[in-house]
Design a binder for this molecule. Structure first.
Ligand SMILES: [Zn+2]
Length: 530
């Protein structure tokens, strides 16, 4: 029999503290449903009473399989329960569970709460009792627990025990400042587990020494059975423990997988990369290419000798099978690559070619030549695929841009403010039809993008869902002159993303190449007829 570990997601509460992250009510509802479908045990939605969004979020039942959890403070010192509006807002919240945050460091009790250690313990007990009387499952986050334990172990433990003995389902030990190291977490949780059963202990780690994941695992080793964290490690400062790294570690590493089970099935685990990228998309952030397990580079190999070994035996260079987490192996096509990389990559994108085919040599030379000019095919998978298809097979000439004109104008507007306006005009030939489109944009590339995609005649239906999601520019020194490299990331209505590249001494021309590749790639993928 395996022991059950519980996962508590606080993306919507602690994760919402991230700089630049601001969830609307609709975002929170959609994310809660996504997390629920993934199989998390607890979803902390927010802090009812603290802001209108969270109050509204908890104003009606959310019908989730996960326990939907409201967060708030324990009773204020020196007040009665009935005289504390914060507690009142929590008790009426439509939530399955209430997570109270309580001080567990005597120094904070004195300085921040300005109260006595005894009154703080009474506040913990009263709050737990009141929430239980309302039929809620109760969690108590012991804030600054590890720093508090180092300063005064007896008092930190007294706080944890007050919560447990009053009937809190979980006593959560928080590394609020995020400075505790894994061996300290393991030792301290081990001591706590002598007083409170481990299946009532949770861990809430912050990532200030980049060890929030390690600290969470150390706590489990010492007996804790609930892990709190966020998707993609969202959270203030350096973030919270990243559930996207913790979950596959628990599922795939024998030390944990053989002892514990979690609520996420093997089938659901395959959605991990998608879940991680979808949240990034909702927040309009570019996914971290180097994110463990789910990043585009997590299973990417560049060097030729490694690549040929990977083709023969993938396990030689991979710590887990990328498919288990919904990722895939990437053999980078680059100036270091040999024929085995190229063959493996072509096979993956579905281009059949004989090992001895002379066009293979031509493609390899072409890639090397273009990379010397500044093209980056390992970053631009879609441009590579088009280059390969053009060299080895055929990419239809769907349309032809006969000319374009991009114009940047700076002038005073009607209210006397200086504004910069860009406009693009594009003349495209599709079959026998000539189409002229114009568009205004925030900048010249934006205007060009809009004008190009405005009217492609019979192909328009295939690119309706196409949009530009990221645009990166670098100035390179290739040979004697500086050139501009543009990488464009696009996405479509299915959530698929691809990257294209353009290189030129002129930034508009480089952008044009990358935009064209993106449109043609989408037409190829959609099976648009020639
Ligand atoms: Zn926190």
């Amino acid at each position: 029999m395996k022991e059950r570990l519980y996962l508590f997601d606080t993306t919507l509460r602690d994760g919402a503290q991230t700089n630049g992250v601001d969830f609307t009510l609709a975002d929170k509802v959609a994310i809660a449903q996504m997390l629920d479908a993934f199989g998390l045990d607890y979803i902390e939605g927010g802090y009812p009473g603290a802001n209108p969004t969270d109050t509204q979020l908890f104003s009606e039942p959310r019908k989730l399989d996960a326990r939907f959890t409201a967060f708030g403070m324990t009773r204020r010192p020196g007040r009665s329960l009935s005289n504390d509006p914060g507690i009142a807002a929590l008790l009426v919240a439509e939530a399955d569970a209430i997570c109270f945050v309580a001080k567990a460091w005597d120094y904070h009790v004195r300085v921040a709460l300005e109260t006595t250690p005894e009154e703080n313990l009474a506040s913990i007990r009263d709050s737990v009792r009141a929430a239980k009387a309302r039929g809620r499952e109760v969690l108590v986050d012991c804030e600054h627990f590890f720093d508090g334990y180092k300063a005064s172990a007896d008092y930190a433990l007294a706080c944890a025990r007050a919560a447990y003995e009053e009937g809190a389902r979980w006593v959560v030990l928080c590394d609020t400042n995020g400075g505790t190291l894994p061996h300290e977490v393991e030792a301290i949780v081990g001591e706590v587990a002598k007083k409170i059963p481990g299946d009532h202990i949770g861990i809430h780690a912050h990532n200030d020494t980049e060890q929030a994941v390690a600290n969470s695992l150390a706590a489990v080793r010492a007996g804790a059975r609930q892990i709190q964290g966020t998707i993609n490690g969202l959270g203030e400062r350096c973030g919270n423990a990243n559930l996207v790294s913790i979950i596959p570690t628990l599922k795939l590493k024998p030390e944990f997988a053989e002892k514990f089970e979690i609520g996420i099935s093997d089938a659901k685990l395959k959605n991990l990369a998608h879940l991680s990228h979808t949240l990034d998309e909702m927040l309009n952030r570019a996914p971290d290419r180097h994110a463990p397990y789910v990043g585009i580079s997590a299973f990417a190999t560049k060097a030729g000798i490694h690549a040929s070994a990977i083709v023969k035996e993938p396990a030689t260079y991979e710590h887990v099978d990328p498919e288990t987490v919904g990722n895939r192996r990437r053999l980078l096509v680059s100036d270091q690559s040999g024929r085995s990389n190229l063959l493996a990559e072509l096979e993956r994108i579905g281009i059949a070619v004989e090992k001895e085919d002379p066009r293979l040599v031509r493609l390899l030379d072409e890639v090397k030549e273009r990379e010397a000019l500044g093209y980056a095919y390992e970053a631009a998978d879609a441009s590579f695929e088009l280059l390969a298809r053009r060299t080895l097979g055929a990419v239809p000439d769907y349309f032809n841009v006969e000319r374009f004109d991009v114009n940047v104008e700076q002038r005073y507007n009607a209210v006397g403010k200086r504004v910069t306006v860009s406009m693009a005009v594009v003349k495209v030939k599709v079959g026998n039809e000539t189409l002229i489109s114009a568009a205004e944009g925030d900048g010249p590339v934006h205007a060009l993008d809009l004008a190009l995609r405005k009217d492609l005649g019979k192909y328009q239906q295939y690119i309706e869902g196409l949009e530009l999601s990221d645009y990166r520019v670098r100035i390179l020194n290739a040979g004697t002159e500086a050139v501009t490299r543009v990488l464009i990331e696009s996405q479509d209505e299915t959530g698929e993303r691809w990257t294209t590249v353009g290189v030129s001494s002129n930034i508009i021309d480089a952008s044009f190449q990358a935009l064209m590749d993106s449109i043609v790639y989408k037409l190829v993928r959609s099976g648009a007829p020639a």
